[in-house]
Design a protein around this ligand. Structure first.
Ligand SMILES: CC(=O)N[C@@H](CCC[C@H](N)C(=O)O)C(=O)O
Length: 375
């Protein structure tokens, strides 16, 4: 019997989105909720802005981990929620408020009924960047409580509530962020021959990038190069001496990622020669692909198929990224999509997942983790 009001918790978390490794209010809020569950078989430890919650199993053979992400995105919310973000310029637009609430719901269940195996619940910062998974894995509590299996979910706005989906093997892409600075010579708008215009250079370069996917990546493989931000210049009648583009690269294979980066570097050399400028590239955070353990993904799908509470299916892979891939590189486990029925997608300022997804998420996940304890 749940004593937590999970809908209220989700709404309160929704109001305080914070950037990666700055989730201080979120951490304090989660610690406060966790403090109401304290039982002798439960331990709580903080790591940076993240949290480890460990439940001692009563007859343990292994440790099963559950991971949620915590950070919000830098965007202005446009949902008309009464409980919209109170943090100007930030929004939980990737469902991490729902993910954290589900993780709290699981903690409550394992606090109320001691699990058979040990359970480690990870509240992980900075999934959207620069990536909290890799450093959290190196943290002392993680090494001390090292899990044998690890699981996570992500809301899927396009799937109806009550649906779960995953697949054996590759689920999410390899990712790399992309930051490029162009530096030339600023000047008077009326004297272009005396300047090196970085607005023209950056615009040209963004267009040139489009040929990488169509001409350089094996058509039987797959890749995405998206520029999400472009900025340069200071005034309409001054030629810009500096410009910057920011984006992300997504690939199905490590080989395609290598190829895309190689082409970007070659194109930058070309841009320097063509537009008389200097360029600097920074690859930012790179995320390991999310590669589900085959046996566990099959097990999850067949368990879900037998459940009367969810509709399940084996989905296609997606070009989204997730630093949960770092956990799966070393530890058997899987990630699955949880239907959340929003007319607007992830990273959309109007994302409105249905809150019933929370109860589905807690219920199905708890049932599956208990099934893993008997396997
Ligand atoms: C599920 C999801 O939307 N994840 C993010 C992960 C971002 C990775 C990194 N900051 C990048 O932009 O490459 C996504 O955008 O897929």
């Amino acid at each position: 019997m749940s004593e937590l009001d999970l809908i209220q918790i989700r709404r309160e978390l929704h109001q305080i989105p914070e950037p990666g490794f700055e989730e201080l209010k979120t951490q304090a809020y989660l610690l406060w909720q966790l403090s109401s569950m304290q039982v002798p078989h439960m331990e709580v430890e903080t790591w940076q802005t993240g949290i480890f919650v460990r439940f001692q199993g009563y007859d343990a053979n292994k440790t099963i981990a559950w991971r949620t992400d915590m950070d919000g995105l830098p965007m202005n919310e446009n949902t008309n929620y009464e409980f919209a973000s109170l943090h100007e310029g930030y929004m939980h637009a990737c469902g991490h408020d729902i993910h954290m609430t589900i993780a709290l719901g699981l903690c409550e269940q394992f606090a109320q009924a001691q699990p058979k195996d040990h359970v480690l619940v990870l509240f992980q910062p900075a999934e959207e960047g620069p990536g909290g998974a890799e450093p959290m894995m190196k943290a002392e509590p993680f090494q001390r409580w090292y899990p044998d299996e690890i699981y996570a979910l992500h809301i899927a706005p396009e799937l109806s509530e009550g649906t779960v989906a995953t697949r054996p093997g590759l689920l999410f892409a390899n990712t790399s962020e992309l930051f490029i600075d162009f530096v030339g010579q600023a000047g008077h708008a009326a004297y272009p021959h005396q300047a090196n215009d970085m607005v023209v250079t950056a615009s040209h370069f963004v267009t040139q990038l489009q040929s990488i996917v169509s001409r350089n990546v094996d058509p039987l493989d797959s890749a995405v190069v998206t520029i999400g931000l472009i900025q340069g210049g200071t005034k309409q009648n001054i030629i810009a001496g500096e410009a910057r583009i920011e984006g992300t690269i997504r690939t199905m294979s490590a080989e395609a990622m290598r190829k895309v980066k190689e082409r970007i570097q070659q194109m930058l050399q070309g841009a320097e020669a063509s537009f008389t400028c200097r360029t600097k590239v920074d690859w930012g955070a790179t995320y390991e692909q999310v590669y589900n353990n085959h046996e566990l993904a099959e097990d999850f799908l067949s368990f879900s198929e037998q459940s009367e509470d969810v509709h399940s299916y084996a989905c296609r892979e997606a070009m989204t990224g997730e630093d949960f891939g770092y956990f799966l590189k070393d530890i058997p486990g899987l990630m699955f999509w949880l239907g959340a029925d929003s007319p607007y997608g992830l990273h959309d300022a109007r994302l409105t997942p249905v809150e019933e997804a929370i109860h589905n998420g807690v219920h199905h996940t708890a049932a599956y983790l208990k099934h893993r304890m008997n396997t």
